[in-house]
Design a protein around this ligand. Structure first.
Ligand SMILES: O=C(O)CCC(=O)C(=O)O
Length: 262
């Protein structure tokens, strides 16, 4: 029933939100785990195998704790605190409806948006995914803290999932975070802000145009984001970069014949 209700909005708008999808302590456990990973990596000067830690790039960035300097931590979906969120019958039902009976999770990122951090400009996630088949790809954005207008919530353009992937230009702000690109050839006037509480979930199509704004508050705005696609999807990599494949795309079986994989 949850999946059926959600699908209706998803088809028209390219996204659906579910309030109170997860209890806030699930997000707190994720935050604890990712902070442990970041502090351990800082202490040992070694990042655990498979994990990629991306720093905040802004010049003159300051902080006290190791996590104050971090923008994103990638490839967490095979670790228990993060995998258990995906192994939920409600997630399975939504993904089966939107993708099919055989689904992989290929990307996960914990986003720290510390006070003062810039938002991510307007983009479509499929820009980052040179896959065959190219769609459907579904994003799951779980609010770990509240996401407000002040601390840099997401903004989405309803219906823009029906657009092809637009040209993305480099983020023109000096010292913008690695990988930030921007759509500049589309009117975003009808966008809506998606303010959320911890545990709220946004499910969105990878062609949906979205951005987040700067964190102008005094507290961290955090989110855990997963991306899922059909099993058997081929990651073509970036031909213009000599066939380089993105190391943060790690395909993990999640659903087979409609059943969650242990
Ligand atoms: O949470 C954010 O600040 C941006 C996230 C985003 O745009 C994405 O996951 O594609």
């Amino acid at each position: 029933m949850v999946a059926l209700m959600q699908l209706q909005g998803y088809t028209t708008d390219g996204f659906v939100r579910t309030d109170s999808f997860a209890s806030a302590d699930i997000g707190e456990a994720m935050l604890d785990e990712v902070v442990t990973i970041v502090r351990q990596a800082d202490e040992d000067d070694v990042v655990p195998s498979g994990i990629v830690i991306a720093p905040e790039s802004q010049a003159g960035w300051a902080g006290e704790k190791p996590e104050d300097f971090i923008s994103k931590v990638f490839t967490l979906h095979d670790r228990e605190e993060f995998a258990s969120f995906l192994h939920d019958e409600r997630i399975a039902a939504v993904l089966q409806d939107l993708i099919g009976p055989d689904v992989d999770c290929f990307l996960s990122q914990f986003i720290f948006k510390n006070p003062g951090a810039w938002g991510q400009p307007w983009h479509q996630d499929s820009y980052y995914f040179p896959f065959v088949p190219a769609r459907p790809i579904v994003g799951l954005w779980l609010a770990i803290t509240e996401a407000t207008l002040e601390n840099g919530c997401l903004h989405v353009l309803p219906g823009s999932h029906q657009e092809p992937v637009h040209t993305h230009v480099e983020d023109r702000r000096p010292d913008a975070n690695l990988g930030y690109v921007e759509i500049v050839d589309h009117d975003m006037t009808d966008s809506v802000a998606v303010t959320m509480q911890p545990g709220d979930l946004l499910v969105f199509d990878s062609h949906l145009m979205h951005r987040s704004t700067d964190n102008e508050s005094n507290a961290m705005r955090a989110a855990m984001v997963y991306h899922c696609c059909a099993a058997g999807t081929d990651d073509l990599g970036f031909a213009d970069l000599g066939g380089w494949k993105n190391p943060i795309h790690q395909f993990m079986p999640l659903l087979r014949a409609g059943e969650l994989v242990d």
